[in-house]
Design a protein around this ligand. Sequence first.
Ligand SMILES: [Mn+2]
Length: 372
Amino acid sequence: MKIGLGLYRHMLTRDFYDFARQAGCTHVVAHLVDYFNQGPSNPRNNQPTGSKYEPWGVAGDPERLWAVQELKKLRAEIEEAGLILAAIENLDPAHWHDILLDGPQRAQQIEKVKTIIRNMGEAGIPVLGYNFSLAGVCGRVTAPLGRGGAITLGMDGPAEDVPIPNGTVWNMIYDSNAPAGTLPTIPHEELWRRLQRFLEEVIPIAEESGVKLAAHPDDPPMPTMRRQPRLVYQPHMYQRLIDLAPSRSNALELCVGTLAEMTEGDLYDAVNRYSKQGKIAYIHLRNVADKVPHYRETFIDEGDVDMIRILAILHGNGFDGVLIPDHTPQMNCSAPWHAGMAHTLGFMLAAKAVIQSSKSCCSDLATAHGDN
Ligand SMILES: [Mn+2]
């Protein structure tokens, strides 16, 4: 397994690459969507937060696709700093809102996504993370509820009260001039139908291009948020997504924190099941306390998840992909994001060393609770 760092768009600079190297990373996952654009409730020194009913920010330019030159330049800059670009994480709502919404521009946007995938293939970037969600990462609250009073995120109950306004999807505004009104509620099966059409159209292009699509589960994993269904909100639903499109290019961006927030199933069984199938493209590592609709994100070394056990299961199943820290609580200092990431990466490096240092130790750790 390899250790990487996820960098938001404004962090795609030499300073942040050097920070990643200094903290022990070999890989980078890059976000090209600027979640923080014009988002008053979304400070840039944290993960994208928004507020319970306020979006992250304004989506990008619908006509400006990520071009081969731009992607090659990004890859070259990251390699120049001694790192490997493992993935691009997330599509811009500006490029695929009508794929999610089944809107009038759907056909053109499918072509845009195909172009982006082809461009990534040409630039030698092997994975595109995505999150097929209408409400997106939303409905959370920020409060000083972490260890030592750290500012952290979580849920204080369901977020159904306020429906999604027109012109917003995936918790970003893609049309500031949309007519007043809100999105009509759709059934859960309709969301699956939209995903299936999407995969049927883009997976062949991904295969041709040597790119894997990697699906993030719904965070927070509620059956519905803001009166819209969520796609993958229990661990077993990932299997449905895998089975929809049997292909090497149909893969998972497995988020341990999100799986831990789910109310059914067993986290360790899920990690075992999906890593055994070789379906995990890369991993988000995060710890949490409790489950939806009342949970909070914690530091990596506390919370409900036994991280050593997770890494031992992955190692036992031969997972050789990249793990990145997901989010961490804010640490009280002048660089809260850096401090949280450095703390998490230090833990991950130590855990990896423990697991790789002894075969018997690893199998004990993974099988102690009945896994294998
Ligand atoms: Mn995640």
